[in-house]
Design a protein. Structure first.
Length: 461
């Protein structure tokens, strides 16, 4: 359910990101198109205004010319004067129509022209050339000049507007080329990055799902291994106890051997139960540590004694020291590391304890083949097995993971090394405060030859 939600969220994020890029690109394109269309419309509008102004100026020039013809006409030639006056009136009407197209700002000067020109034509038509000429000089000419200046100003304003609009269109064309040259590749790169990020997330999610499936498979194997691993020591304990029950203690050697079997199998069983309890408590957040000063050399000697009948050579060389640890958890760590060496290491096992800077290191080494390369990266992961066997027999794949969990819970570290043809597990602990560091006077050295050793029971609570 949670993985499906993450997958949907990643898909939704990719869709939103791609949609956002597409929307931004579309909006930018629409803005360019709209602005370009607006600029073209401004050019067209200004060009029409300029054309109308040019037409009005042409009409004004024609009116001025016909009015001049009226002044030059022979007053005695009444027919000629009448024809020229009629032409003038027609041109004045055309001029009025042209001026109306230029807007209301020219209404007053246009009315003035119509009025003075009409008076001028009436005098010329009445045979008063001197009065017409005086009116032309005093009123008609200046009115025409003023009107022509205003129309020319509108024409020039329209021309300037055309220039501005064309410049804006040119800038938009440059921007369009820029968008084509950079925007499309940029959008492609952004889209590719979004797809790449989505692909990485999908890969990470797939890997997480596979790890979860592997963990679930490991837990399923754990359920099967628990029954087998627990049954093995229980079977040995039961068989030895039944034999003692039936034969009694008359045969001291046999009874001693059977008692040893019970002790050894009980130790294995205890280790398994301890690991399972630590794992369960860690999962529910109830794993607690009682950190006090602990004589690590004494704990190492006690744990070493548990493996007296392991059939291998064990050597202990530990400098007296007091570390800050939980006594129960410290014994469990040492027990797991030594058990791992006994079960999977070589025939010669050494436990070395020495001060290490401001702490203390316990090294468990053996001359065995070491951990396979394909397993080393997951060596301290729960439920990890080498082939079909747990890395620490009797821990159902929990031992080394529990070892690291406990050491780190006590503020220490554990590392694995393979050097000098030996396997090395180094557990480093913090030194206890000086008030708790009452050391024994001599270092602890002990050795157990193959097939010999103590039959002391486990010192684990």
């Amino acid at each position: 359910m949670g993985n499906s939600t993450h997958r949907s969220r990643f898909h939704f994020g990719g869709v939103v990101g791609g949609s956002l890029v597409a929307v931004v690109g579309l909006l930018a394109s629409l803005a360019v198109v709209y602005t370009n269309a607006d600029g073209v419309g401004q050019v067209a509008e200004a060009a029409a205004a300029q054309q109308q102004a040019e037409a009005a100026l042409g009409a004004l020039a024609a009116v001025r010319a016909t009015l001049g013809q009226v002044l030059l006409a022979d007053p005695a030639a009444t027919a000629t004067v009448a024809a020229v006056v009629a032409d003038s009136r027609d041109l004045l009407l055309q001029l009025q129509a042209r001026l109306e197209l230029l807007g209301p700002t020219l209404a007053v000067p246009a009315a003035t022209i119509q009025e003075t020109a009409a008076t001028f034509l009436e005098r010329a038509e009445a045979g008063d050339p001197l009065g017409a000429a005086d009116l032309a000089v005093q009123s008609v000419g200046p009115a025409l000049d003023d009107l022509m200046a205003q129309v020319a100003a509108q024409r020039d304003e329209a021309a300037a507007a055309i220039a501005v609009a064309r410049a804006e269109i040119g800038r938009l064309a440059t921007a369009s080329r820029f968008l084509v040259a950079l925007g499309i590749p940029g959008a492609t790169i952004v889209g590719w990055l979004l797809l790449a990020r989505r692909r990485r997330r999908r890969i990470a999610l797939t890997e997480a799902l596979e790890q979860e499936r592997e963990l679930n498979r490991a837990k399923d194997r754990l359920l099967g291994n628990i029954s087998h691993e627990l049954r093995t020591p229980l079977t040995g304990i039961y068989a030895a106890a039944r034999t003692i029950e039936s034969t009694g203690f008359d045969d001291v050697a046999l009874a001693g051997e059977l008692t040893g079997i019970i002790v050894d199998q009980s130790a294995d069983l205890n280790r398994m139960i301890d690991d399972l309890l630590v794992s369960a408590r860690s999962d529910i957040g109830r794993l607690r540590f009682n950190l006090v000063g602990v004589a690590v050399h004494e704990e190492a000697r006690t744990v070493m004694a548990e493996f007296g009948r392991c059939g291998k050579s064990l050597a202990l060389d530990c400098t007296p020291a007091v570390v800050l640890a939980d006594p129960l958890r410290l014994r469990q760590v040492l027990r797991n590391l030594i058990s791992n060496a006994v079960r999977h290491g070589g025939s010669n096992i050494a436990v070395l304890g020495r001060p290490d800077g401001d702490g203390f290191s316990v090294v468990v080494s053996d001359d065995g083949p070491g951990v396979p390369a394909q397993t080393q990266a997951r060596l301290f992961t729960r439920f990890v097995h080498s082939a079909d066997q747990a890395l620490i027999t009797g821990s159902v794949g929990l031992g080394l993971a529990i070892t690291r969990l406990l050491i780190e819970g006590m503020g220490g570290t554990v590392v694995y090394e393979r050097r000098d043809e030996r396997t090395w597990f180094t557990a480093r602990f913090r030194a206890a405060p000086p008030a708790e560091s009452a050391l024994a006077p001599q270092p602890i050295r002990a050795s157990t030859a193959a097939g010999q050793g103590s039959r002391d029971p486990m010192c684990s609570s």
